[in-house]
Write a protein that binds this ligand. Structure first.
Ligand SMILES: Cc1ncc(COP(=O)(O)O)c(C=O)c1O
Length: 307
């Protein structure tokens, strides 16, 4: 069971979990899945300060997700930004995972319920390595899911929307039930899209490739971070569609996400990735990522929001 912070933020105020953390069975989002959320990490840095990583971008994506499904938070971006910092402070968390979520509350029970109240919350909890500490060090084993990512006119790939995660949940379940650690989903055209909660990168002969935004992927903030770091290093990088056989023949594969951070992949569908060991490009980017989020690298102060 996750250890939640005892205080949460609800529409502009910090309240106790028991006061504001329970929703009704009639909550519209519970029935139809129209809700937007974020996953954000705060790290304790080498200098002792706690900083939230790329908070502005996460809050912007929350509001973009809301726009896609036409729900309007009753709070501003600045309020959600401050709410995230406040929840960490009030729970005395030096490191933690933040989960802002905007939902449609109780009222009409039909599909069209434009007058139901829109509620925005921020919850916080402690969360270690999402795909395991060993996964970060040695790499994980992935399975290509039998489920495809949503077609661009079926869901909203650019939205982090609650209902859409059924697709991730069944794919992840299938991977675990088959003895793997994580699922990789293809798009409806058969090209590699992303993990159940991560973006994907491959490395071949020193060149990094990641699927373009049009491959039904979430525009990951960690993806953007890693692409920036790779460009700073002078590593050749392209956003191009990736086929299943390119994935099997890659020298290196890794996944990125706020929860998963930079996790190497050592096997896909029973085939070792490269030598089966974590590759040089992956290791270098993983180290740079942790230096930027938690370490002594201060080259991107614009990415850090001090608590
Ligand atoms: C489906 C999916 N793709 C990619 C990501 C990675 O996004 P980010 O790096 O912004 O956390 C996530 C996590 O939010 C996700 O759920």
């Amino acid at each position: 069971m996750v250890e939640f912070g005892k205080k949460i933020w609800k529409d502009g105020k910090v309240v106790g979990f028991d006061e504001g953390g329970h929703t009704s069975l009639l909550t519209h989002t519970l029935h139809y899945g129209v809700g937007a959320f974020e996953g954000i990490r705060a790290y304790k840095r080498a200098d002792g300060a706690t900083c939230v990583f790329r908070l502005t971008e996460h809050v912007d994506r929350l509001f973009d997700s809301c726009k896609l499904v036409m729900i309007e938070p009753r709070v501003t971006r600045a309020q959600v930004h401050e709410g995230c910092l406040d929840v960490l402070r009030q729970n005395e968390l030096e490191e933690g995972y933040l989960r802002p979520i905007t939902i449609m509350g109780e009222g009409a029970m039909g599909i069209h319920a434009p007058d139901n109240p829109i509620e925005t919350y921020v919850i916080a909890w402690k969360w270690g390595a999402y795909l395991g500490k060993e996964g970060l060090e040695k790499g994980i084993r992935c399975k290509i899911a039998s489920y495809a990512r949503h077609h661009i006119n079926v869901g909203f790939a650019k939205g982090k929307l609650t209902g859409q995660y059924i697709n991730s949940v069944v794919a992840k379940h299938e991977a675990i039930a088959s003895g793997y650690d994580e699922a990789i989903l293809l798009d409806v055209n058969g090209y590699v899209s992303e993990g159940s909660g991560e973006n994907i990168f491959i490395v071949k002969k020193g060149r990094i490739t990641t699927p373009p935004l049009s491959s039904s992927i979430l525009a990951g903030i960690t993806r953007d971070t890693v692409m920036t770091l790779a460009r700073e290093d002078g590593t050749p990088l392209q956003e191009e569609r990736i086929t299943r056989d390119e994935l099997y023949l890659a020298d290196e594969v890794f996944l990125t996400g706020t929860a998963a951070e930079v996790t190497p992949v050592r096997e896909v569908d029973g085939r070792a990735v490269g030598t089966g060991q974590v590759g040089e490009v992956t290791r270098r980017l993983q180290e740079r990522y942790f230096d930027v989020v938690r370490g002594s690298d201060t080259s991107h102060p614009e990415w850090l929001a001090r608590v």
